[in-house]
Design a protein around this ligand. Structure first.
Ligand SMILES: NC(=O)c1ccc[n+]([C@@H]2O[C@H](COP(=O)([O-])OP(=O)(O)OC[C@H]3O[C@@H](n4cnc5c(N)ncnc54)[C@H](OP(=O)(O)O)[C@@H]3O)[C@@H](O)[C@H]2O)c1
Length: 216
């Protein structure tokens, strides 16, 4: 499989790139900082340097050309900067959808968020803005006419992966390691019958292979 990852040098994106590379897939993706190329080289991934806020749809399409699927795992990081959230988590997804169409890439997997995450907390306005932008991006993808998967992980940690998760259209928001999210993404990509579905994933007791197989 040929996979293009938007946000390939990020904490989740780089884990997905490594797993897919180990599986024998061709992996490329958009990264933002020149010094990140050595980490991409180390996992055999091809990096295309660019910034989502300035790259055109056509440039992104050229970068992704030949891919079977785009994985979007970039994010502005809930930072206190609504316009950056708009540009990366909102317009960035829009550009990826447009690029997929221009490059005749039929499928996009979007890493999103649990809509009800941390409703019990008094979060800053920028977090509420982030949640709203993420939800609008989900809606744009659902209506894009591409084949799509929206994967909503709960709070991400850097704990070692367990190889097990709880995965379904509705889960309780807890936490999950990026390792397990990356394995879930790689497994979903290799399960072509799973598409046009919103999935929530959090820590759990079902092996990732079984959890994904149960969706088929
Ligand atoms: N954090 C959580 O608890 C949580 C929970 C649920 C879902 N999510 C979502 O999960 C995804 C992955 O999260 P993560 O924490 O693993 O991500 P991360 O490490 O913050 O990676 C995000 C990547 O996006 C890149 N990026 C940001 N702005 C960019 C731009 N303008 N142009 C190009 N690339 C840009 C970053 O580049 P740099 O490396 O240069 O910074 C980074 O590599 C995100 O979409 C996030 O919203 C996060």
């Amino acid at each position: 499989m040929n996979v293009f990852i938007v946000g390939i040098a990020g904490a989740t994106g780089s884990r997905v790139a490594k797993l897919l590379g180990e599986h024998g897939d061709y992996v490329s993706g958009l990264y933002r900082r020149p010094e990140q190329i050595s980490a991409l080289d180390a996992v055999g991934a091809i990096g295309i340097l660019g910034d989502l806020t300035t790259i055109s749809e056509q440039e992104l399409a050229s970068a992704a050309n030949g891919a079977d699927v785009i994985v979007f795992t970039a994010g502005a990081g809930e930072q206190d900067n609504d316009s950056m959230t708009d540009c990366v988590d909102g317009d960035g997804v829009r550009k990826a959808i447009a690029a997929a169409r221009l490059a005749s890439i039929s499928k996009l997997l979007l890493v999103s968020v649990f809509p009800e995450a941390w409703r019990e907390r008094n979060m800053p306005k920028s977090f509420e803005h982030y949640m709203a932008v993420k939800k609008r991006a989900d809606v744009e993808l659902v209506h894009s006419k591409l084949a799509w998967i929206i994967l909503r992980p709960s709070a991400l940690t850097n704990e070692p992966g367990t190889g097990s998760v709880s995965l379904s259209p509705a889960e309780i928001h807890t936490a999950i390691s990026r390792d397990d999210v990356a394995t879930t993404i790689a497994t979903l990509l290799h399960s072509p019958r799973v598409q046009n579905t919103i999935l929530e994933v959090t820590a759990g007791d079902t092996t990732i292979a079984s959890a994904v197989a149960a969706l088929n």
